[in-house]
Design a binder for this molecule. Structure first.
Ligand code: HEM
Length: 178
């Protein structure tokens, strides 16, 4: 089934969920590693290039995902989910979207503060807006890093929640996203 139904996610939502999960974790790992490199490392220029290019693709997928979510039914929580589980899941999902948006925007502000466009895998470029406020690269950089660590913590809790439903409650919360 392509679209979501009242009790399950469709192929588009599932594909977007797992593709983005993979890309977001890869972006975090590469991002954390590339800031430790010095100028003489062969990866000093290539890793930021791939990090930024992949980040732009994730931004496009995020937009697609939000539009798809708005145009679709959202599967209902299972009747066995408690009130606090439903509330926590709602807040966590919303916060994941907010953090992803914040990471995309701050990433753009870091990369384009010096007026240089972002080349996406050498396919096309995203134009720079230049320095919009004082000390933009440093401030946006700090925000980008805090939000990324926040997102990874939240995703960890989110994954533990899914695993708890699967292995302890033995319900179909995880199965309907697979
Ligand atoms: C970077 C990693 C991840 C991100 C950004 C993420 C994000 C999200 C978001 C925003 C939703 C809400 C539904 C939607 O909009 O599609 C969701 C649902 C879900 N995620 Fe994740 N997720 C990640 C990793 C994982 C992992 C590792 C697992 C499992 C171990 C998992 C299991 C689920 C399940 C089962 C749902 C459906 C929950 C329900 O039906 O209420 N996710 N995820």
């Amino acid at each position: 089934m392509v679209k979501n139904s009242h009790d399950s996610y469709g192929y588009v939502s599932k594909s977007l969920h797992w593709l983005m999960a993979l890309m977001v974790v890869a972006l975090f790992s590469v991002g954390a590693y590339m800031v430790t490199l010095d100028y003489y490392s062969p990866w000093y220029k290539t890793l930021p290039f791939y990090h930024k290019s992949t980040g732009v693709v994730v931004a496009a997928l995020l937009l697609l995902r939000v539009l798809w979510r708005l145009a679709n039914l959202q599967p209902q929580p299972l009747p066995t989910h408690t009130r606090w589980e439903k509330a926590l899941a709602r807040v966590a999902h919303a916060l994941i979207y907010v953090l992803l948006c914040g990471i995309v925007v701050s990433g753009y502000l870091i990369s384009t503060a010096d007026g240089r466009a972002i080349s996406v895998f050498d396919w096309f470029s995203i134009p720079a807006a230049g320095e919009l406020f004082l000390d933009q690269a440093r401030i946006a950089g700090a925000i980008h890093e805090y939000l990324a660590y926040g997102l990874m913590t939240l995703v960890g809790v989110h994954a533990l929640g899914a695993l708890k439903h699967h292995f302890i409650d033995k319900d179909k919360t995880l199965k309907r996203m697979l």
